[in-house]
Ligand binder design. Structure first.
Ligand SMILES: [Zn+2]
Ligand SMILES: [Zn+2]
Length: 208
């Protein structure tokens, strides 16, 4: 015979199973998140321009693939001339994003990777140089190594922009990959996503 208590536990488990609301604990963060088994959006990486280094692209690809299942590296493409901004001899990041996002199907996110300078409009600045830009959330982003002190940090810029496409805003934690660069290069201090940002990404199927 079951005691009243064990029946209550069994009923509780059945209700949880029926509603699909079982929770899992993330090993590294200790944070409980809903076990919804979300499939992440498909990340498609596109090297832009002839001079972006293969080693730098490969490192970003390997790092992204290890945390976002199904990421793919596509063929290198020329920088789209339509995004060229002659007064500053650089390319507009917002134009690049528009071009890439038009290709993206609803389950896809395109990430352009380049070593050339890119810019966007920021407040009163008509053309402000940036390391990367991503719609938040969005279907496309672009990352550039041009402003990096150390090109080894390129993967951090790439993953930061993907974080924006997944809906993450900038984060106040100095060691978090979602930190705001504020016109500088803080990537040396960035180590990983903080627990709060991780929780959002894990819900979207990222393996962190
Ligand atoms: Zn950002
Ligand atoms: Zn964070």
């Amino acid at each position: 015979m079951y005691s009243k208590r064990s029946i209550a536990v069994i009923v509780g488990v059945l209700i949880s199973l029926a509603s699909g609301a079982l929770f899992v604990k993330n090993k590294s963060t200790g944070v409980q998140v809903a076990n919804t088994s979300t499939t992440p959006k498909q990340i498609l990486l596109v090297p832009l321009g002839s001079s972006v280094s293969r080693a730098m692209v490969d490192e970003a690809y390997q790092r992204i693939r290890s945390i976002i299942p199904g990421a793919q590296l596509l063929q290198r493409e020329p920088m789209p001339q339509v995004a060229y901004y002659k007064p500053r001899n650089r390319h507009r990041a917002d134009s690049l994003i528009h071009i890439l996002s038009r290709r993206a199907k609803p389950h896809q996110i395109y990430l352009g990777l380049t070593n050339q300078d890119i810019s966007t409009t920021k407040g009163s600045y008509a053309d402000w140089g940036v390391m990367g830009l991503g719609f938040c959330p969005g279907r496309a982003a672009v990352a550039s190594s041009f402003r990096l002190k150390s090109k080894q940090s390129f993967w951090k810029v790439a993953i930061h922009e993907l974080g924006h496409t997944a809906g993450l805003p900038h984060c106040p934690t100095p060691s978090c990959l979602m930190r705001d660069a504020k016109g500088g290069d803080p990537t040396a201090e960035e180590k990983a996503f903080c627990n709060k940002c991780k929780t959002v990404l894990i819900r979207q199927g990222w393996r962190l």
